[in-house]
Each structure stands twice: as structure tokens, then as C-alpha cells.
Ligand binder design. Structure first.
Ligand SMILES: C[S@@+](CC[C@H](N)C(=O)[O-])C[C@H]1O[C@@H](n2cnc3c(N)ncnc32)[C@H](O)[C@@H]1O
Ligand code: SF4
Ligand code: SF4
Length: 377
């Protein structure tokens, strides 16, 4: 019954995305308020970008842009970074402007700066969902994040959001964990730790690692992508075949457990062994490039979060309706769909915006599992 309800709800969402995909019309957005970051994660290299912070939009510029995004019809705004709380001057007003214009807000955070005052400010501004990134427990989390004391900050953030939102249920608290060879063994421990908080769901996510060769083979109009899901310590964090077997055993154990929150393995249904061993996914037409408006810190609009130099236009000079779907955008989509962007082979973000056929496949696999005919995970 739960599966059927999920299927009906998701199908209506997916049909909407498919219509927007076919029409090349934005539906959601990812807004990098900054590339600056307070972590030094081993699995992400945003924090190593040079010149970050230069040319970031002011609070006033963001507030001028948001009504136009709402009029165009965007339904969600992901407050992205880096560490977006480094833009404390702007983040509350951006959140409340989205709320006032009927745009849902999602905020992924490393939680380093989620002190009481900041969390209160976000709750009062009407934040819809906070995604707290937690990779492990205690100092093992600090090791993945590259900064001592990170886990105690995450614990503080969970306490602050839980207590300060009071009886209300917003923001929803979701925990995101990137599973790699660095941390997958401890995932059950992390889930046990989370049981004491009013967490709505935990999203384990497969590690993404873009290969240098694929980056170099993805030049378009003389520009190269810069995917940030790459090792920052010179070591690959993908798994060996033995580790993959171990991880699958861990997943089965977790799925047999009884937690007070939903552990969402959805993205794992779009994976194959190659995803974990080589960081590769099957080729597919991307719904991010057609329906997710990505905005750089300076207001530039790009069709892909990993290709910040492929600029379609700038929101301080033009409306999104004249940028999204323009000629360079169509060229980008054509290259993506023809398989000319090799980075798409390594992309773990596309699967969060799945196609209708992927959704149907997911529910068929889940039904087969429920009937005991087949086990994907
Ligand atoms: C790029 S971060 C941006 C938001 C914020 N800085 C944070 O860490 O939550 C978004 C998510 O990507 C996850 N992430 C980091 N490295 C990754 C990788 N190599 N593959 C997949 N996800 C990764 C983070 O843990 C986080 O949940
Ligand atoms: S995953 Fe988030 S916190 Fe870690 S370096 Fe990347 S942007 Fe910063
Ligand atoms: S599939 Fe390709 S175009 Fe789409 S988000 Fe991923 S890297 Fe970008």
C-alpha cells in the first residue's frame, strides 16, 4: 500500500518534470550563494577553488532576482554552497523572500555555522527543509570533513533545529550521508545515533568521483567543466570489489532494521557495480540540464552544477525566461543527449532528478523485492 501511494505521488511529480524536460523549462533551482567553505572534505574540492568570494551577488541583488524566478514558475530553491551560512548577511532574507513568493526552500549544510542564533533565524525565515550532511560518528566524521570538531557542530545543529522548531514541523530535518570506502561500515552506528532526534529521513548517497579523463573529454564551446565531486587528498574513495560485497551486507542489515525515520535508498536503484567500483553510471538524458536552473554566486545561469563556465546569461541583466532555453543552452542539451559530455558518465546528481522510466523501473524493482522475486540491494 505504501509502495502504491509512493508510486502515485511520484508519478505526478515525474510527469510534471517530463513535461518541463520536453519543453526545456526550469522547474527547480540550485543557487550557489558562495563557493567558499568551512570544511575541507576529502570527497569534494569546492574548498580548494581559488578566487572564491569574488563577485558574489549582494543581498539586494538576490532579493531583486527572486520575484522573477517565482513569476517564471520555479517551485524550489536549493540554498547551496560551499557553506552558504558564510552569507549570513543574505541567507535569511533570501529564505523569507522565497517563502513569500511561494518557492519551497531546501538547505544542505555541513552544519559548521548552525549555532542557535543562525538556526533561529532560518526557522523564522520559513526554511522548508534542512539537509544536514553527516558522514560518520565522532572523530571519524571529522576525518572525512577534514576539520576537527565538525561532529560536535553537527550534534549542536541537530539539537538546535530539533529544539527551536518546537512543536512545528518545519523545517523538516533530513540527514544526508555520502557512503564511500571511508565510512560505509559505520553507517548503522550513525543511524543509531540519529534515533534520538526528530529526523524525518536519512538519505544515504553513493560517492561521486569525476575522472580527469572524462573532464578533459567534455570541452564544449572551448570551456571545460569543473566537477567538485573529486578527491581532495589524492586518493580515490571508491570501493574495491571486496568492500562492495561488505557494503551490500551492511545495506541488507540496515534494511532489516526498524528505525524511527525513513532510510531512503532510492538512488541506489539507479546504480550498478560500476558506480561503486569506478564511479560510473549508465548514460541517460539529463533532467538537470533541462529543468534545474543552476545559479553561480555572481548570478550567472548554467545548465549544470559541474560546468560553471558554460554561462547562459546573468540574472542581474536578464530574466530567466530569456536565458533558459536560449541557443547556447540548446547546444549544451544536444551535446549532453548525444553523449558528447563524458562527465555525465560520472554524474551522481542526475539520478536525483530521475526520468519517468527510471521511476517506473524503481517501483517495479521494489515490488519484485516485496514479493521476494528479486533483490536489487
Ligand atoms: C556539495 S555539498 C554542498 C552543501 C554543503 N556544503 C554540505 O556539505 O552539506 C552537497 C552534498 O554533497 C555531498 N558530497 C560531498 N562529496 C561528495 C561526493 N564525492 N559524492 C557525492 N556527494 C558528495 C555532501 O556530503 C553534501 O551532503
Ligand atoms: S561537501 Fe560541502 S562542506 Fe564539504 S567541501 Fe564540499 S561544499 Fe564544503
Ligand atoms: S548528467 Fe551531465 S549535464 Fe547533467 S548534471 Fe550531470 S554532469 Fe551535468
Amino acid at each position: 500500500m505504501r509502495l502504491l501511494k509512493g508510486l502515485i505521488r511520484e508519478l505526478s511529480h515525474e510527469l510534471l518534470r517530463e513535461r518541463h524536460h520536453a519543453a526545456v523549462k526550469g522547474l527547480d533551482s540550485i543557487a550557489f550563494l558562495t563557493y567558499r567553505c568551512t570544511s575541507c572534505c576529502k570527497t569534494c574540492n569546492i574548498w580548494q577553488r581559488e578566487g572564491s568570494g569574488v563577485g558574489e551577488l549582494s543581498r539586494e541583488e538576490w532579493l531583486e532576482i527572486i520575484p522573477g524566478l517565482a513569476r517564471y514558475g520555479l517551485r524550489s530553491f536549493e540554498i547551496f554552497g560551499g557553506d552558504a551560512i558564510l552569507r549570513k548577511d543574505a541567507i535569511y532574507d533570501i529564505t523569507s523572500a522565497c517563502r513569500d513568493h511561494g518557492i519551497a526552500t531546501y538547505f544542505p549544510t555541513n552544519a559548521n555555522l548552525c549555532d542557535e542564533e543562525t538556526v533561529r533565524g532560518l526557522i523564522e525565515a520559513g526554511l522548508g527543509t534542512v539537509y544536514i550532511s553527516i558522514d560518520d560518528v565522532d572523530e571519524l566524521h571529522d576525518q572525512v570533513r577534514g576539520v576537527q570538531g565538525s561532529f560536535s557542530k553537527v550534534r549542536q545543529a541537530l539539537e538546535n533545529f530539533s529544539r527551536l522548531r518546537g512543536e512545528g514541523e518545519t523545517p523538516s530535518i533530513v540527514v544526508c550521508t555520502t557512503l564511500s570506502r571511508l565510512n560505509f561500515r559505520n553507517f548503522p552506528k550513525l543511524l543509531s545515533f540519529l534515533e534520538q532526534y526528530p529526523v524525518q529521513a536519512v538519505y544515504p548517497r553513493p560517492l561521486g568521483e569525476f575522472s580527469r579523463a572524462n573532464i578533459e573529454a567534455s570541452s564544449l564551446d572551448g570551456k571545460l567543466p569543473e566537477p567538485y565531486f573529486a578527491s581532495s587528498d589524492g586518493e580515490s574513495h571508491l570501493m574495491s570489489a571486496e568492500e562492495l560485497v561488505e557494503m551490500r551486507t551492511m545495506i541488507r542489515e540496515v534494511r532489516g532494521g526498524n528505525y524511527p525515520f525513513y532510510v531512503n535508498w532510492r538512488t541506489y536503484y539507479s546504480t550498478s557495480d560500476d558506480t561503486f567500483l569506478r564511479g560510473e553510471y549508465p548514460r541517460c538524458h539529463c533532467r538537470v540540464a533541462t529543468t534545474v536552473v543552476t545559479v553561480n554566486p555572481n548570478g550567472d545561469v548554467v545548465p549544470c552544477p559541474f560546468f560553471r563556465s558554460y554561462v547562459l546569461g546573468n540574472l542581474t541583466r536578464e530574466g530567466i525566461d530569456s536565458i533558459w532555453g536560449n541557443e547556447p543552452h540548446r547546444r549544451f542539451i544536444q551535446a549532453q543527449q548525444r553523449g558528447n559530455l563524458a562527465i555525465c558518465r560520472n554524474c551522481n546528481t542526475r539520478v536525483y532528478y530521475s526520468s519517468l522510466s527510471e521511476t517506473i523501473r524503481y517501483y517495479l524493482l521494489r515490488t519484485a523485492e516485496a514479493l521476494g522475486i528479486f533483490r536489487k540491494l
